[in-house]
Design a protein around this ligand. Structure first.
Ligand SMILES: Nc1ncnc2c1ncn2[C@@H]1O[C@H](COP(=O)(O)OP(=O)(O)O)[C@@H](O)[C@H]1O
Ligand SMILES: [Mg+2]
Length: 298
């Protein structure tokens, strides 16, 4: 139980966040002033270099690629190769330290952030659990149906979580989770990140095992009957929006992408279409063939 005073403290801290200055400077051009291409925005990285504020090591080094309006681009590469950093720079959570990022042929820093962020959406694939009930945490997988208990039950069944929820948790689906199991607050402002992550640590009191958290995460994705619907919706947007995917999987998406960018240690190792890269017999070809082999033996 928290005292009223503690509640007020929380509210005060929450509101004080609005006083934190944004560390990526705002631009003054409205992006909607650029009619652009109705198929989506064009994006170009020109010799982009990037280092995280507290790091001494380059996360990206001399990265160059172009995505035309409406193209579907897939970024692949090992852990730590720089995929997420590319996405963070596109979302302007950070600014690049060298080179240039052009959107509609304008340096991205010129645009007013609020207008820019309305036009650019990112869909993260990280799982974050909130101090809500188990049912609510699963329901978040599809906010429109977050109250649909039948759907939540089916999702928990498909995700393999229903057994431990009903057997091990005192209040079943109504059990309130104590805190997030995995929580990364990415913010351009380090003071906010530090504060938020500290708050999260304070409340971290996980009563579930690693495998159980995983099953909950899986159940959440089953709220949308696996990713099938998501991919269907994204396929409908093909040619109408410029899309960039980060993935570890090689398959339909990489085979049909307009461009694949293979990252390795912060640099672009290879780029081209699936057939270009297979013909090259480089890292992409090796990764594709080894995954194809792994799947064919399953
Ligand atoms: N917040 C951060 N602060 C400092 N270094 C980071 C941070 N996030 C990632 N890095 C480093 O930047 C490099 C690229 O990471 P990242 O873009 O997350 O790779 P990927 O998404 O391909 O796994 C790695 O060396 C990683 O350790
Ligand atoms: Mg990543």
């Amino acid at each position: 139980m928290q005292s009223l005073e503690q509640h007020f403290d929380c509210i005060r801290i929450l509101y004080s966040c609005t006083d934190i200055q944004n560390q990526v400077p705002d631009g003054d051009e409205e992006i909607s002033d650029f009619p652009g291409d109705p198929a989506g925005l064009s994006l170009q990285f020109k010799n982009v270099t990037f280092k995280y504020p507290q790091s001494s090591k380059l996360a990206l080094e001399g990265v160059s690629f172009t995505i035309e309006p409406g193209q579907l681009c897939v970024v692949v590469g090992r852990n730590g190769s720089g995929k997420s950093s590319i996405v963070k720079l596109i979302s302007r959570l950070y600014d690049c330290t060298g080179g240039m990022i052009l959107v509609e042929n304008h340096p991205v820093q010129q645009f007013r952030l609020t207008a820019y962020r309305r036009l650019v959406s990112t869909l993260p694939q990280e799982f974050t659990f909130f101090p809500l009930t188990v049912a609510e945490n699963i329901g978040l997988g599809d906010p429109e149906h977050a109250e649909d208990h039948d759907r939540i039950l089916k999702a928990a069944e498909s995700g393999g979580a229903i057994e431990f929820i009903e057997r091990d948790l005192a209040d079943g689906f109504r059990t309130r989770l104590k805190g997030p199991s995995a929580f990364h607050i990415h913010s351009g402002d380090d003071r906010f990140s530090q504060w938020a992550n500290k708050e999260v640590q304070k409340h971290r009191a996980t009563s579930l095992s690693g495998g159980q958290w995983q099953k909950l995460a899986l159940s959440r994705t089953f709220m949308r009957s696996s990713d099938v619907y998501l991919f269907q919706r994204l396929r409908d947007l093909r040619g109408k929006k410029t899309m960039l995917f980060v993935t570890h999987r090689f398959g339909h998406l990489t085979r049909t992408a307009d461009k694949i960018i293979v990252m390795e240690a912060g640099q672009v190792l290879e780029q081209g279409t699936h057939s270009d890269l297979l013909a090259k017999e480089g890292l992409y070809a090796r990764m594709y063939n080894s995954q194809a082999m792994a799947f064919s033996t399953v």
